[in-house]
Design a protein around this ligand. Sequence first.
Ligand code: SAM
Length: 393
Amino acid sequence: MQLSGFGCCSNASFQFGDFSCPRSLKKNFSDRINRSSAPSTSDYYVLGFSGSFGCEGLRKTHRPSSCRRYYSKSAAVRCSVSETARSRDDIESVVRALQSRERFPKKWMGQHYMVNEKVNGKVVDAARISPGDLVVEIGPGTGALTKTLVAAGAHVIAVEKDPDMASLVAERFEGSGKVDVVNVDFLKWPLRNEVTKYLEKASLASGEQKLAKVVSNLPFNITTDVVKRVLPMGDLFSTMVLLLQDEAAIRLVDASPDSGEYRPISFVVQFYSVPEYKFKVPRKSFFPVPRVDGGVVRFDLKKESEYPPVASTKNFFSMINSAFNGKRKMLRNTLQHMFTPSKTQAALLSVGLPETARPEELTLVQFVEFYNEVTKLSQKGRERGDKALFQVA
Ligand SMILES: C[S@@+](CC[C@H](N)C(=O)[O-])C[C@H]1O[C@@H](n2cnc3c(N)ncnc32)[C@H](O)[C@@H]1O
């Protein structure tokens, strides 16, 4: 198919060459798209890509910033139809769904839709969904993963920030009785209260006490916040399966003192869960194509009785955060506002670590031992009236 100077074809090699076409041609193109009531497959591709990458004036909803980004990334623009031809139905349905709302993927909402159904199947398998499971899905988008979750027998609470996508997914599953859509930012949603209500209702109905699960093809920019928010809820959730940026996925699972990617979130993951990297997802499985590949991680959430024993998790994590404010500095210096340098040194020596230890050298177990010891020493100091030496903890 050839449209007004925009080079494109039905399914083989596909490339937008002419971005500098006159506005009148773009307008003509836009009009043709808007008029087309039942476009062919290739029209959908053209519509999708032009919307995502395209020209100002095509849609009033189009944002110049996202336009520029996709526009300038020829690799992304090239997102070849031949690559995605195998999953043509998926990309078609995503584009059709977006078209129904006159919408295009929003960069600032992390909207990279999954267009490979096999990946959704593998994500659901990784979550070991069985009939009757309650699943919180963060960001259902067009509902592609939701559909696979429902097919596996889950009841899905689909939490979507974008009102357009929320209404779209609500319509898609209307009457199924299997999907409840909540149009809210997941990070602001009262997760504990809401999920507790659902679980109570489910256990009344089935007489069975089951925990919920979180499954999501996550907007990459909220990964850390989601991990920090959900993992400490092992009393509500048994499992969380996330499709993340591949690098982030590897970092979260493999964090160790030698990895160079050691940071407070690594401790949150290890403290509250047992993570497992499941598989890589090539970037071409998304629409629009992101700059990086994805990776799927399964987190098995620990129960409180399985957490490493610390007197106060709140204080333990504030100590970790303080320590990593100066990742390469000695703990006796970075923790001065919490413990005196002499107490820090004494505690380090007492648990078999050098008094010059730096945070990037300690494992979670060593941090736990150190924290318990320094807290104990500080407590003793306090009992002796040595208040000046113990400031917080
Ligand atoms: C990567 S897309 C995934 C969409 C869909 N699940 C899929 O696999 O195709 C991320 C989705 O999360 C939504 N989203 C972004 N930020 C969110 C937030 N803070 N809370 C809930 N949903 C959010 C976006 O609107 C988008 O629909």
